[in-house]
Design a protein around this ligand. Structure first.
Ligand code: WTA
Length: 634
């Protein structure tokens, strides 16, 4: 049985109407298609003010039984996972559903033997290897909560996340093979664990490249040793529908990254439903999402959504340009990929390498192309459509967030109206709306406003780990009875949504979310920095680049040295993805009379628009604006 498969625009409209008229009946029907250990008593309870949202109350399930066990009878021999290594001369690996099931059970047994229990938090810091998928499913199998940290984050950032969730175990690889580089992953974990991560008892190390690593006997264990000889079956722990499935950290406008919490039942129902419909996946298709499992896209649309749907999902270790800019298309040809899902930043980067790369490969199996993570510009959209899709593949521009768990606004394969740079219509069950700054809903079409969702959906954020108040403040306090996304959007005359971008202090660099405050805090760690302000600015490949204005103390004589040091500090505090593209030394920052930095002005200057700065007369220090402008042009 599968969740509803929508196969026409008419069917979409009907499903949408039903999902709005009676959301509980609609989602109850979807949920019934899964294996439950005990049926739920009530479909939904909600209060956005607290917030308190519960789906499938009283229901018991295990998501891995739905990802794996239930497929075994029918398609145990079919391919669940294809792993494409960084080095194309190395052979790819495949796991059938049966093999993946056995590997997950073995790993689950190894976790149990190492004392992992239901509710424990397990941190993953791994490259894109099959063991990452196996490991997180093994956690889910026994009710442990996974917290995957993108392996590009620094030791400091990793330590912050381990401490915030008090993880009892870290699972990592020895090294990460990425393009021509070999990144020491275990060494970063070693360093992080020196930063006061007292909760960690065990580090389980997967041997990826096999090079030498330091070893702490009382703490470190090899993955292959711990898994070998374990039984290949493992009883799936009965989880409450609202038990936590995972935590995933993401950046906000203030403070440190927060742990977004997703729960078992609703997340399962929605990721499967959205996967099948957005990508119009048909049995036997090969689906490839190029994201990293360190981000939500990898969680929902490499692992859970596809496996729940019984799909064949590809995970690739490498980067788009290694060994050359044809790698993506080579993989598409090799595995006869039918659905391909990537980020606009990758499309722009490959587009910049020239039109000939895709022409060397047979892309005729492609049926649906997807994008995610940031707005796609017209030029990239058309290139994707023509050079990759050959004008015959619909592009599903999928808008969603870590907090939403699944795709919220997007086309459904070729059945929805498609308009370049528009994400399109909301999925069934998603009550999207626009509000003005006062929170009044903007009705009617051909309008612009702040994007909110006014009714719960199954895979929505439940809390921010260890700090429920923060969850309320960030998402539910801006507008009464609405979830506020932080994005601005436009709705065209036909009701299609176009995402304009963040309206808060979050920037989107190469599809990665970054809080400007987070980057500022990192920069401020440099001993010569007095104050800094970070804004985003349009960047041809990355979508947004990071622009830092920095006030330094008099000691800075050599600006080049200083800039290099700032990049080092940011890499140390967060990771290379947060390195500013531009650092401008300034004598002052424009501030309001209450002392707040006027980022609006800084954003304009960073984008090269120094003319229309608006009214600056109310500033505490209007004179600094001229100086900042001059420095920017210099
Ligand atoms: C942005 C990624 C335009 C948006 C799944 C959102 C997009 C943030 C799109 C969430 C899209 C995501 N078009 N903008 N198709 N998809 N965004 O949490 O600003 O990493 O709020 O989740 O990315 O980023 P996150």
């Amino acid at each position: 049985m599968s969740t509803l498969k929508i196969n026409s625009l008419k069917a979409y409209r009907k499903a949408y109407q039903e999902s709005i008229k009676d959301p509980e009946a609609f989602w109850s029907r979807q949920a019934e298609t899964f294996v439950w250990k005990k049926k739920w008593k009530k479909t939904l309870d909600w209060d956005f003010q607290k917030p308190d949202v519960k789906w499938f109350i009283g229901g018991k399930l295990n998501i891995t039984e739905n990802c794996l066990d239930r497929h075994l009878a029918e398609r145990g021999g079919e391919t669940a996972l294809i792993w494409e290594p960084n080095d194309p001369s190395q052979k790819f690996k495949t796991y059938t559903y049966q093999a993946l099931y056995e590997a997950v059970c073995q790993c689950a047994n190894a976790l149990k033997a190492n004392g992992v229990k239901k509710g424990d938090r397990i941190c993953f810091y791994m490259p894109m290897v099959p063991e990452l998928t196996i490991g997180i499913l093994a956690c889910a199998r026994i009710g442990a909560i996974h917290s995957v940290v993108f392996a590009g984050f620094s030791a400091t950032a990793l330590a912050d996340r381990i401490k915030d969730a008090s993880c009892s175990m870290v699972i990592c690889s020895d090294y990460n093979a990425r393009g021509a580089k070999n990144i020491p992953v275990k060494a970063v974990v070693d360093e992080a664990l020196k930063m006061g991560c007292k909760s960690v008892k065990t580090v389980l190390v997967h041997q990826n490249t096999g090079e030498k690593v330091r070893w702490k006997k009382s703490r470190d264990k090899w993955w292959h040793e711990e898994l070998s000889r374990r039984r290949k079956t493992c009883k799936a722990t009965a989880m409450d529908a609202e038990d936590v499935l995972f935590i995933l950290y993401t950046s906000g406008s203030t403070g440190k990254p927060k742990g977004v919490v997703h729960t078992c039942g609703g997340y399962m129902v929605y990721t499967c439903f959205s996967f099948q419909n957005v990508f119009q996946y048909e049995q036997g298709d090969v689906y490839w999402c190029t994201a990293d499992i360190g981000w939500i896209t990898g969680h929902s649309y490499i692992v859970y959504g596809p496996l729940l749907a019984g799909a064949t999902t590809i995970m690739s270790e490498g980067v788009p340009t290694y060994p050359d800019a044809g790698r993506f298309w080579h993989i598409c040809e090799k595995h006869k990929v039918n659905q391909f899902y990537t980020a606009p930043t990758a499309i722009r980067a490959l587009m910049a390498q020239g039109d000939h790369w895709p022409t060397h490969y047979d892309l005729s199996e492609l049926k649906v192309l997807g994008t995610v993570g940031e707005p796609i510009n017209e030029e990239a959209w058309h290139w994707y459509n023509e050079k990759i899709g050959k004008g015959k593949c619909p592009i599903v521009d999928t808008w969603w967030q870590t907090e939403t768990g699944g795709i919220m606004i997007a086309g459904l394969g070729d059945i929805s109206p498609i308009k370049p740079t528009y994400a399109g219509l909301p999925l069934p069950g998603i009550q999207a709306c626009l509000v003005d700054a006062e929170g009044n809903e903007i009705t009617g079409n051909d309008q612009e406003g702040l994007l909110c969702i006014k009714f719960p959906w199954p895979s929505m954020i439940r809390t921010t780990y260890g700090d429920h108040e923060r969850c309320r403040n960030v998402y539910f306090s801006a507008f009464e009875d609405k979830y506020f996304t932080g994005d601005g959007a436009r709705r065209d005359k036909d009701g299609l949504y176009r995402i304009i971008g963040r309206v808060d202090d979050v920037i989107n660099v190469s599809g990665h979310r970054m809080g400007t405050a987070e980057v500022e805090n990192a920069i401020n760690e440099h001993p010569e920095v007095i104050e800094s302000a970070v804004v985003g600015y349009p960047h041809e490949i990355k979508g947004q680049g990071i622009y830092a204005y920095v006030i330094v103390n008099a000691a800075v004589k050599d600006e080049d040295r200083f800039r290099k040091e700032v990049l080092k500090v940011v890499t140390r505090e967060i990771g290379p993805i947060a390195k500013p593209d531009r650092i401008q030394l300034v004598s002052g920052l424009p501030k309001t009379r209450s002392g707040k930095i006027m980022r609006r002005i800084l954003r304009k200057i960073a984008s090269g628009d120094t003319k229309n700065l608006g009214d600056i007369s109310t500033l505490l220090n209007p004179e600094v604006v001229e100086a900042v402008k001059k420095g920017a042009l210099a």
